[in-house]
Design a protein around this ligand. Sequence first.
Ligand SMILES: [Zn+2]
Ligand SMILES: [Zn+2]
Length: 488
Amino acid sequence: MGSLCDICRTIPFREIQENPDLKIKRVKLGDYDDVNQRVSCPFCCLALQSIRDVADRLGYSDTAEYLRKDCFGTSIEVQWRQQDRAFETGAFPLRYTTGSFPSLARVVHSEPVSIDPIISCLEDCEKGHQCSLSISDEDVEKLPFLRAIDVRQMCVAYIPPSTRYVALSYIWGGAPALYLQRANIREFMRPGGLKTYDDEIPATIRDAIELVRKMNLEYLWVDALCLIQDDDEDMTIGINAMSIIYEHSYFTIVAAGGITAHSGLAGVSPRNVSQVKGEIVPGVSLIEIYPIGDLLEIAYYNRRAWTFQEFHLSRRKVIFHNNMLYYQCMKGSWSEDIQGVPIESRIRYRALAPTRPGQMLYEFRLIIKDYTIRDATYQHDIVNAMVSIYHKLLGREYGGHLFAVPVVAFDAFLCFYNKDDHHKFLERRESLPSWTWSGWRGDFYWACSSDDNETLLWIADSTWIVWYLRDSYGDLKLVWELAQGQHK
Ligand SMILES: [Zn+2]
Ligand SMILES: [Zn+2]
């Protein structure tokens, strides 16, 4: 272990370890090149190791950084900022946590993940939270049918919708996968029917089956094997039922670390954990911790359209990412690299919380803002992959939607624009109409008020347009009626 540089010597590492409530001042470490020169200082080395990782992923180099104690009171945070865009992009906090306190960092070994913490998180949730109360029995009964993989019998089975099942959220990645078709459904439904195809089941699905089996549960819902992929009617029913399927799942396995269905779940499959860690002064070791929310922000998983509703509608999530295991429900979150019990977490979209707020149009705009930069293999899926969110947010009382435009505020939602900061223009999604936001990719702003009541009053007072759409037969239909028809 080298000795600390003159700057890092002013950071009271040992005192922080002894007194978690100690107030410490921000220490400016200098910019990237400054820190890079102090190679013999263990803390500067550690700080560099993490920024290199982030710099690789985000292309960041021109940085300045500060050090401070963060709100948990026991960790040291390094913030790297890109100088000209510090306020635009925010900081990337890297947390270094001393290992000897309870509820602090933990060294994670490259062994298979243990299911015990998942089980105890689920038990806490069932006992102490109301995470599962967001969906009524009446909604579940609306499902015309539900198929799932019976992981013990290794076959596809029809199950009563009230049965406990686990759902899987993952990326297909275009790679050839085994899927349910009209030609093989009979065979797949025979007990042991999937066993014959063991080698063809993509690794992510195979690992999810394994995890469900280990947890002593019986059923797993996976789109590829539970919806008949070459049957349009079956697919439409399935896509429309997606919100119920994910919301109602006992929990959802989120394969956030993968880029295809063949990536597997690291921790069920062999994994290689690499944590940035080191001893800074004798007896004080620091480990870098990334909150799962920050990791997901830059994950490929978060760039795909379909995963948006799957993730945000699921009440409980067991997340595989960064070769580690994370758990999140509507109330708490837990991660493998932090010791202790789940900490409280915030829900990103209040509109999707069990208790929904009144400002649904406003909330819908917030969701679109995050959603619209995502990609889909087929552009038309930008609308399909959000169907469950529309149904949930813009249901009966909002009159449905047309190409993802809520008809109750049709005029207001046509008034979208691009602020043209940093010359990032909207890009066309060619297969969708240009009058809807879903026909474009980019950063949206809306001219209308952020208050739903004001938006609706504006429509009532200030517009007199009756909107029609010409349907595929050339007939003019009232927008309102079309959306109602679609919503049946
Ligand atoms: Zn240093
Ligand atoms: Zn919970």
